[in-house]
Design a protein around this ligand. Structure first.
Ligand code: C5P
Length: 226
């Protein structure tokens, strides 16, 4: 039997790494919903809907029907990459600039409704691992396995900082840490679908856990449900 696996948690807790590993191992579809919110944010930036730290919510809502988000498979890495209106934008959506606007944009109910509907369609056949903030609570409330990931803010910022440096971005650790803290604050306090642990989710704190051990723990939880 194929199941649905929902992985939620704070920013940079390694959700996507473990979700990808699980999907590869189980031969399931993997969907990074954060990438979808990031692609909408990139669209808003490119259309000039963001300036001086504010975004034009009404115009964004009016343009939502022009935004098409899809995924493509990178032929070299085999990874799913996000497309905005047919253009592979994976390399543009992980910047600190996109990270600093994505959470305010993810508070807009019309944006959420559009993306949640698409996410639910992608999971209709089960056999899916999806990561985000509201997967176990809103997108797939009946998922057979729900994981809620946490780690200390400092550890998470360190991981994100290393990732950005590896990509060649010119960033400073304090800016990354404040972005992580700020996003968590917006994500947990927004009115629509705030980040909360679903009552039936299993919480995993990986501040000090080896990622390989964590993968095996979660894989076993999945196997127990298949
Ligand atoms: O997962 P990632 O850190 O790339 O997500 C970027 C942002 O997108 C989050 O900080 C959150 O504001 C938003 N998001 C969301 N709901 C999801 C996935 C992401 O609100 N399911």
């Amino acid at each position: 039997m194929k199941i649905t696996i929902a992985i939620d948690g704070y920013s940079s807790t390694g959700k996507s790494t473990v979700a990808k590993q699980l999907a590869d191992w189980l031969e399931y579809i993997y969907v990074d919903t954060g990438a979808m919110y990031r692609a909408v944010t990139l669209y808003a930036m490119r259309k000039g809907l963001i300036s001086d730290g504010f975004f034009d919510k009404e115009s964004l809502i009016n343009k939502l029907s022009d935004i098409n988000i899809s995924f493509t498979r990178d032929t070299t890495s085999g990874q799913a990459e996000v497309c905005l209106n047919g253009e592979n934008v994976e390399q543009y959506i992980r910047t600190l600039e996109v990270s600093s606007f994505v959470s305010p944009i993810a508070t807009v109910s019309e944006v959420r409704a559009k993306l949640v509907e698409q996410q639910q369609r992608m999971g209709e056949e089960k056999g899916i691992v999806m990561d985000g903030r509201d997967i176990g609570t809103v997108v797939f409330p009946t998922a057979e396995l729900k994981i809620f990931m946490t780690a200390s803010a400092e550890e998470r910022a360190k991981r994100r900082y290393n990732e950005l440096v590896e990509r060649g971005d010119d960033v400073n650790y304090d800016a990354v840490l404040s972005n992580v803290v700020e996003r968590d604050h917006i994500d947990t306090t927004r009115e629509d679908s705030p980040l909360v642990k679903a009552a039936d989710a299993i919480e995993i704190d990986n501040t000090e856990t080896n990622l390989e051990d964590q993968f095996h723990t979660i894989l076993q939880l999945a196997k127990d449900r298949i």
